[in-house]
Design a protein around this ligand. Structure first.
Ligand code: CP3
Length: 350
């Protein structure tokens, strides 16, 4: 690697060594969305907190659910318990979660509605989340990495514009086609807020950050350049300017053959892979550029059985001889049996 990661030693958590380009005999492993959802101990704390958002803004309980999967499984990294939509909320957009349905926001889809929210994020609103980071840092085992995150501007904008999750991100795509200048303004606000937010997480103790672009896969190549690569590069540059030692993982889910452009265009240190991607392509065109993370299909983990062992072996065989972090291709499904996660860990760690 051409950019030093502070001092990488054998004391450094395995995940940071892998993200810095080291090939390990057993790849480090963590699972996207490991904090929450599928764990009974999460559901218990979630019920105590009352709602998902009050859990996000309660440092004591959010730290507890961040640590739960580490205690139970000993994953190589913890991921901060929060959500990508706290950034629009800090920008003054109303956010709530409809029980059993997912996020709802007051849509920002006109100049008037954009004018009604804040130009700059109110960092005070994010203070409890930063306090969660500090609490976790204080108790996390030394060998465990700590990952902070934000949503990528494109994915966050799809929720801000539509006011909810959409099957095809239609409202955001319609807006950038109809009024690219307005869409750019929305993106710019998310970029600025995300840079500050990530740098604050890093100052409070995370070791690496991941930028989740869950809906990158719907963008055609030029739109991908403009709305995914360009704003993500600005975030990477803004974080590097303050924290050159910190590893940045990009996750442009579904970008497939555009991933090499994404890696070169954004400058991320490592890239997350979706499940449906050709492994030869990854080996030849992506692993030669940066460490990769992924990409077990969450459905296969949920199903378990011999297919889980086979697929795990296939992933290890394909990616294990270059820098690699084992993960899923998207978040763990809420009804995944705990015994399947235990089996996966055994298969990866031997
Ligand atoms: O990875 C982790 O365990 C850390 C916490 C985390 C959450 N959301 C907690 C959460 C992270 C990293 C996210 C990211 C996130 N949030 C993304 C990007 C990754 C992805 O999965 O594509 C997106 C698109 C969101 C927005 C969001 N938050 C949606 C669409 C939903 C509802 C559907 C769902 O996934 O449950 C949420 C709610 C949410 N975020 C929950 C959790 C634990 C469930 C809330 C509950 O307990 O009721």
């Amino acid at each position: 690697m051409d950019r030093p990661a502070g001092s990488v030693t054998t004391e450094t958590p395995a995940i940071l060594r892998a993200l810095s380009g080291e090939v390990l005999s057993k790849p480090p492993i963590w699972l996207m969305r490991q904090a929450g959802r599928f764990l009974p101990e999460y559901r218990e704390v979630r019920a105590r907190a009352g709602s998902f958002l009050s859990l996000c803004y309660n440092p004591e309980l959010a730290a507890e659910v961040t640590l739960q999967p580490i205690r139970r499984f000993g994953f190589d990294a913890a991921i901060l318990f929060s959500d990508i939509l706290v950034v629009p909320q800090a920008l003054g957009q109303k956010l709530w979660f409809a029980e059993g349905e997912g996020p709802r926001l007051e849509p920002v889809d006109t100049q008037e509605r954009l004018a009604a929210i804040d130009e700059l994020a109110d960092d005070g609103k994010l203070t409890p989340i930063i306090e969660t980071v500090q609490r976790v840092r204080g108790t996390l085992p030394r060998q465990t990495g700590f990952i902070g995150f934000c949503g990528a501007p494109w994915t966050v904008a799809t929720y801000m514009v539509a006011g909810r999750g959409t099957p095809d991100q239609g409202p955001a795509r319609a807006l950038f086609a109809r009024n690219p200048a307005l869409f750019q303004e929305i993106i710019d606000r998310i970029v600025a807020a995300s840079i500050t937010y990530l740098n604050t997480q890093i100052a409070a103790g995370v070791d690496a950050v991941q930028i989740f672009d869950s809906w990158a896969g719907v963008l055609a190549p030029e739109d991908f350049q403009r709305w995914c690569i360009a704003p993500t590069k600005r975030i990477v540059d803004g974080v590097r300017a303050v924290n050159p030692q910190v590893r940045i993982i990009g996750f442009p889910r579904g970008a497939g053959r555009l991933i090499p452009d994404y890696v070169r265009g954004t400058g991320v240190d490592a890239v997350g892979l979706e499940s449906a991607i050709d492994r030869d392509f990854v080996r030849d065109e992506i692993q030669s550029l940066v460490p990769v993370q992924g990409h077990l299909d969450p459905q296969i983990l949920r199903a378990g059985g011999p297919e889980l062992e086979r697929e795990t072996e296939a992933i290890l065989a394909a990616f294990g001889s270059a820098p690699f972090v084992f993960n899923l291709g998207h978040g763990i499904l809420p009804d995944t049996p705990i015994s399947h996660v235990e089996r996966l860990l055994k298969a990866v760690r031997g």
